[in-house]
Design a binder for this molecule. Sequence first.
Ligand code: PLP
Length: 484
Amino acid sequence: MDEPLGDFPPEVFREMGHAAVERLAKYFETLESRPVLARTKPGEVLAQMPRHAPEDPEPWEAIERDLDFLVEPNLTHWQHPGYFAYFANTGTAPAIVGDFLAAGYNQVGILWRTSPVLTELEQGVVRWLLDLVGLPWGPDGFDGQLADTASTASLIALAAAREEAYPDVRRTGLAGRPQGIVYCSELAHSSIDKACVVLGFGTAGLRKIPVDAEFRMDAAALEIEIAKDRAAGRVPVAVVATAGTTTVTSVDPLPALVEICERENVWLHVDAAYAGSAAALPEMRSLFAGWERADSVLFNPHNWMLVPLECTGLFFRRMERVRRAFSVVPNYLETPEGNVVREYMDYGVQLGRRFRALKMWMTLRAFGASGVRARLRAHLVLARALRGVLEREPGVTIAAPTPFSVVAFRWTPEVLSPEAADAANARILARINEDGRTFISHALVSGRYTLRVAIGNVRTERRHLQTFLQVFREAVAAESPRKP
Ligand SMILES: Cc1ncc(COP(=O)(O)O)c(C=O)c1O
């Protein structure tokens, strides 16, 4: 044996780890000098990678060099205070350390006994999150889990709804059964389409209900669709309400949807992926009134509660309904304590689970609920301020109400036709993102190309919005000489 086997020794790990912390600290210090959106051309990174993994060990310095010259120049900087695209978020220091430690402890949560602390910290963090957003915990309230993403969480919730609507479907499958229908608004997230595909309803089994002038699901139209489906012998399975739509952050009329679902005995799932964190603010809670009567609710701490991907809170009333949909226990996973502890493998698709609760637990402790609330409030204040400026900006139209921290708007001078304005806004977006100081994204709102500024990074201050406004004005000025 010429090479000792095993991992790098602790003293080497210590150096690697210290260098990684030093790297990230420097990264945070220099963030603002970097263009937010990566300037990478498609295929550029891959072209720089050797085709084959190295046969022999490489010196750590070579790997560090590639972090400098291959990795960091090709990052899109989500941690940058000028990041305003999609739903801006932050991986904060306690959460980063939590994720790092979770990897180091390498807990594989297949069973309670393979990591009691992973399971029980997750149960405890679920209770903390429920308290924070004002949802009741317990046998008459909610319990739940931390999933990887909202997409997976909605799939799990809708699988449980399917089991309720078609008892024993996990054994029989759907073949020969009447078509099941899921209802959501036309602004619901594409993850609901995907869940319908996976669960065998197909996209033909998804009804997209129109929205009203404020982008909320039309409850009367929902009732009509449910009645039509029942009359045709189809099975209404679930209504998915969105609290904080992806494009404009509108909230579906939860009280009306709860009434309909209770009357119709249809599962109500609330997708509050981005906006749910805002329910930590008592003054925002009225926007979510009714969700406490839903069958399942999700929100993403990785969107707006200070932790990096992945961390989705998925909550259920009567969790045994999820267990009925998912529990499959082969002999090798039976344990003497199986009936008295929470076995999270019974409540979803995955067997092995990460120690996701660790970063959430450390983050909530390090910031405290008051620290979380203060940061959410700061974002709401910034969004209102930006909206106020944009309302007065020549040629700008606000495209939707701003209930949370996303401002949707267009540059629509009167001389431009709607189609010409669409093209102009697309060019403005491209110029803003080429500039590099900020990064924003777009959405189709009422069929028109719309710019979106999403505030959600804890480093963002008023001056970064001023920078955005300056960049936006420059981009508009480049447009102005153009005649329709
Ligand atoms: C309302 C809504 N639901 C679900 C998702 C999907 O989130 P995830 O990436 O956690 O699957 C998004 C993402 O933007 C969203 O806006």
